[in-house]
Design a protein around this ligand. Structure first.
Ligand SMILES: [Zn+2]
Ligand SMILES: [Zn+2]
Length: 414
């Protein structure tokens, strides 16, 4: 099936030719490479020589603050996506903390994000922009190199950001912004605080940003698919607290302008929790949620994560094959390929079967409401009602039916 063409007219990036995000060269970037290598070396060597528990605590607290308030809230959810509103002074504070992560200046980071975001929505883009090469190549590329596109598309940054004097100052001096913090930490706790509070923090921020970016575009569960996109976002559960909720990247690909990233129960999102606290005290408002965003025809909801879906199906099967339940089960099916007589011939006459034209799929239900759908339901019905050979055949077919159901059944969003 042909994927619907995404509407990207509103995007900050506008390319006349889609090859503009495909053709280019990855080149070693002396400044980025030295920046990361120097910070990492000082963090590793100095970290061993100058270890103190208080410095380690400073590292943990300072890293948490810049990732939560700076990167997640300031740079990403506010400056880039404008997904909530807040007082100007708070926006400046959050963006300043975002610069403290040590990735780039605010305008440079916004441009990098927008180029990736745009390129990833097209049918194809340079592997640099979609983390599309192997783990080690991607590490080298993203931590030490930059992409020089042969014919880069223009990136339109709104005046309020592009000509903002504070943001322009941060843009010119982003590496130097570590210096005032280093001086404060030195006065407070000597070199050990500088190593842990600055170099180790920058190393963790830059390295972690790449690592999560790699996994979030290669491995992990998905709730949605953006059809026709060069790459899909994946959620990276288990890192929700470390990333302040940024790990719900499949959700982010589906609803980029949502202020909330963890959308389901159990999807912890410290960034969202903080925004709700700020809203409570009147410091944040107009928080955007997925339901506030425009409908995207290319967005397809996927069935629940395979493993969870698998567990639910096994549970339903255990209930439905219990001898005491047999007589109480009912088969409901839309009757598109098999009429009532055909179904009776297949399952025997004692099966309770209801032909329901409005049903979307075949399902086997107990009176208490447990149900199983699709091929697994049909095989379990055979298992419940037929003789020994048919039961054996059905029993052997069930695993394949479950695997098929988990892997290939994608239902449309609405
Ligand atoms: Zn992405
Ligand atoms: Zn984003």
């Amino acid at each position: 099936m042909e994927a619907p063409v995404p509407n990207l007219d509103w995007h900050r990036v506008q390319a006349v030719d889609h090859r503009s995000v495909l053709e280019g060269e990855v080149r070693w970037s002396p400044s980025l490479s030295l920046w990361f290598t120097a910070n990492a070396t000082v963090a590793l060597v100095g970290g061993v020589l100058l270890f103190r528990w208080s410095a380690l605590l400073l590292f943990i607290v300072a890293t948490g603050i810049v990732l939560l308030f700076g990167h997640s809230l300031g740079s990403h959810r506010k400056l880039i996506h404008d997904s909530f509103q807040c007082p100007q002074w708070l926006e400046y504070t959050l963006v300043y903390l975002g610069v403290q992560v040590g990735l780039a200046g605010p305008i440079g980071l916004l441009k990098q994000h927008e180029l990736r975001d745009y390129a990833q929505r097209l049918p194809d883009c340079h592997p640099f922009l979609r983390h599309g090469r192997g783990f080690w190549t991607d590490a080298w590329w993203q931590l030490h190199c930059e992409l020089k596109l042969s014919n880069p598309p223009p990136i339109r940054v709104e005046e309020a950001i592009a000509s903002n004097r504070f943001y322009r100052l941060l843009e010119r001096t982003w590496m130097w912004q570590q210096l005032p913090i280093a001086v404060i930490f030195y006065a407070w706790g000597g070199w050990s605080f500088v190593v842990y509070g600055v170099c180790a923090r920058v190393t963790a921020g830059v390295f972690g940003h790449w690592l999560i970016g790699y996994f979030a575009h290669n491995h992990g569960p998905m709730h949605h698919e953006v059809r026709g996109a060069a790459v899909q976002g994946h959620n990276v559960p288990w890192t929700s607290l470390l990333t302040m909720g940024e790990c719900w990247h499949n959700n982010h690909h589906a609803f980029p302008a949502s202020a909330r990233l963890g959308l389901k129960r159990n999807e912890w999102d410290p960034g969202w929790w903080t925004l709700m606290a700020l809203r409570k005290v009147g410091l944040a408002w107009s928080l955007r949620l997925p339901e506030d965003l425009a409908y995207r025809p290319e967005l397809v909801a996927l069935p629940a994560t395979t493993s969870r879906r698998f567990a639910r199906m096994i549970e339903a099967m255990q209930v439905l094959t219990r001898p005491a339940i047999h007589s109480g089960t009912e088969l409901v099916w839309p009757g598109r390929t098999l009429g009532l007589e055909g179904m009776r011939r297949l399952l025997g006459h004692e099966v309770r079967a209801t032909l329901d034209r409005s049903a979307s799929r075949l399902s086997l239900r107990t009176t208490s409401g447990k149900s199983l759908v699709g091929l697994p339901a049909l095989f379990v019905a055979v298992l419940n009602h037929r003789g020994a050979w048919a039961r054996l055949a059905a029993f052997l077919m069930v695993p394949a039916a479950v695997a098929f159901e988990c892997a290939f059944r994608h239902e449309p969003a609405r």
